[in-house]
Design a protein around this ligand. Structure first.
Ligand code: EPU
Length: 440
């Protein structure tokens, strides 16, 4: 469905009021859905965000043979009672990078897995060499034939091994950690990614019988066990630190009396520290952050920043685009260095049409001069995070904006327009296609 958002901008007024709640983390729940393959009994996952990527992942699980049952709001139960297919659906996998996480648990449980090169947002090359190297070390034979990877554990079982990850990879670390849970013996993953979701996932798996040490540090040690057992325990998805980060930027720029609720401030310190050094005032609580302000956007008190994206706990690449919207409203020249992906400045041209003064020097570096008032325009989301950045820019702008490819925003942010409307944003979703349900 071709849907758009129509947004009437605040025209420089800081008027957003009330409470906006952060949903469960996309980049934890997709991994939790994947680890359901490690369980012999029913697994319940709670605080599941209402996002498109969850729909794709649950469809993928059902296709692999799982009984996936949506329970009362925001919960799913998953059980593999009829065995597991070891072939990952090409159609969905090509649209969902996180489908790669399933390869580890499937290979470890069934002794084989086949899948196409996973797709997802077009933000750079996104190779899978680290996965292939890791699986090979764990004893799998890897072939690439007819556009698909085929992996087979040599004697039907993976064997623990020492794996040094040449680059830190979030899903690479998580996938190998999950595979190691069902491998024979001990696996040590060195130069592991430090994202807090990895520790959160491991803590739950340990409660269900896994033996994982060091998750959240650069060395993870997993002693293989058998299939895990939830015994009625539920995985509660932690708050989405990327969504929280984007809301913090909105609060800093347009909050009159705005509370960002249900977030873990210790997971967004790279954001809060940068915003504070730019001159933003906020009240940081235990699980919420408040902004109050009045007057006009841009705020001449805010200073430009130098932002360099980095693996956690550094500045997250997923908040780089929203942060650039902040920098358009700060005084002076800011420098942005995107170190993780080479396609994450693709939104710059559209933001420039909205009034931003951005110069992209190469696929990784840009400078932003501010403050510049933003004007409503018609733009198209190139990926999830750039889509959200356009939404922020449209909210701040003078005049009306139309955002196309809303589908990208829906992949990562559930019911976003309802939540924004509640704090005072004038936003409407419209469908451009005339289809049967609309006509009837
Ligand atoms: N890389 C390799 N080889 C590999 C894997 C990765 O060279 O085999 C490189 C990548 O090209 C990139 C760097 O390593 O330059 C880091 O990529 P990483 O593997 O950490 O990214 P990912 O695991 O595919 C996850 C998130 C992304 C987020 C990145 C970085 C999920 C499902 N995805 O991706 O989320 O941007 O970590 O933090 O957890 C998003 O939510 O919009 C999103 C893209």
């Amino acid at each position: 469905m071709a849907e758009i958002f129509k947004v009437k901008g605040l025209a420089g007024k800081k008027t957003l009021n009330g409470v906006i709640e952060v949903s469960g983390a996309k980049n934890a729940v997709l991994q939790a859905l994947a680890f359901s393959v490690l369980f012999k009994d029913e697994l319940t996952i709670k605080n599941v965000p209402a996002i498109e990527d969850v729909k794709r992942m649950t469809t993928l699980l059902a296709d692999l043979g799982a009984d996936v049952v949506p329970k009362k709001s925001g919960s799913y139960s998953i059980k593999f009672s009829k065995g597991i297919r070891s072939e990952i659906s090409e159609e969905i996998s090509k649209k969902l990078r996180a489908s790669i996480v399933l390869t580890g648990p499937i290979l470890a449980r069934t002794g084989e897995v086949s899948f196409p090169h996973p797709g997802g947002c077009v933000i750079g090359a996104r190779p899978i060499d680290l996965f292939v190297d890791g699986f090979t070390k764990l004893g799998a034979k890897v072939d690439f034939k007819d556009g698909k990877y085929h992996m087979k554990a040599k004697d039907g079982k993976l064997h623990g091994a020492e794996i040094f990850m040449k680059n830190q990879s979030v899903t690479g670390t998580q996938t190998l950690m999950l595979a190691a849970v069902l491998a024979k013996g001990k696996t040590i993953i060195k130069n592991a990614a430090l994202e807090p979701e990895t520790k959160h996932l491991a803590d739950f798996l340990n409660k269900c019988g896994a033996k994982i040490k060091g998750a959240g540090t650069s060395t993870i040690e997993v002693t293989g066990t058998g299939l895990l057992s939830a015994k009625g325990k539920s995985y509660i998805t932690p708050p989405d630190r990327i969504e929280a980060g984007s809301f913090l930027i909105l609060g800093a720029l347009a909050g009159n009396n705005l509370e960002i609720k249900n977030c873990d401030p210790s997971w967004v310190e790279a954001l809060t520290e940068n915003l504070i050094s730019a001159g933003v005032k906020m009240q940081i609580g235990k699980s919420s952050i408040k902004f109050s302000g009045s007057g006009k956007i841009p705020n001449s008190d805010f200073k430009g920043l130098n932002i360099k994206t980095h693996e956690y706990p550094g500045f997250p690449t997923d908040v780089q685009a929203p942060m650039v919207v902040f920098l358009t409203q700060a005084t002076g020249e800011s420098f942005v260095f995107e170190t993780i992906f080479e396609g994450r400045l693709n939104y710059a041209e559209d933001l420039r049409r909205m009034g931003a003064d951005i110069k992209v020097w190469d696929p990784h570096r840009a400078t932003v001069k501010g403050p510049t008032p933003l004007r409503g325009r018609e733009v198209e989301s190139p990926d999830i995070r750039a889509g959200l950045a356009f939404l922020l820019a449209a909210i701040l702008a003078e005049g009306d904006s139309v955002i196309h490819n809303v589908y990208y925003i829906d992949r990562g942010y559930g019911n976003i327009e309802e939540r924004l409307r509640r704090i005072g944003v004038d936003i409407k979703r419209e469908c451009l296609e005339v289809c049967a349900p609309c006509v009837n």
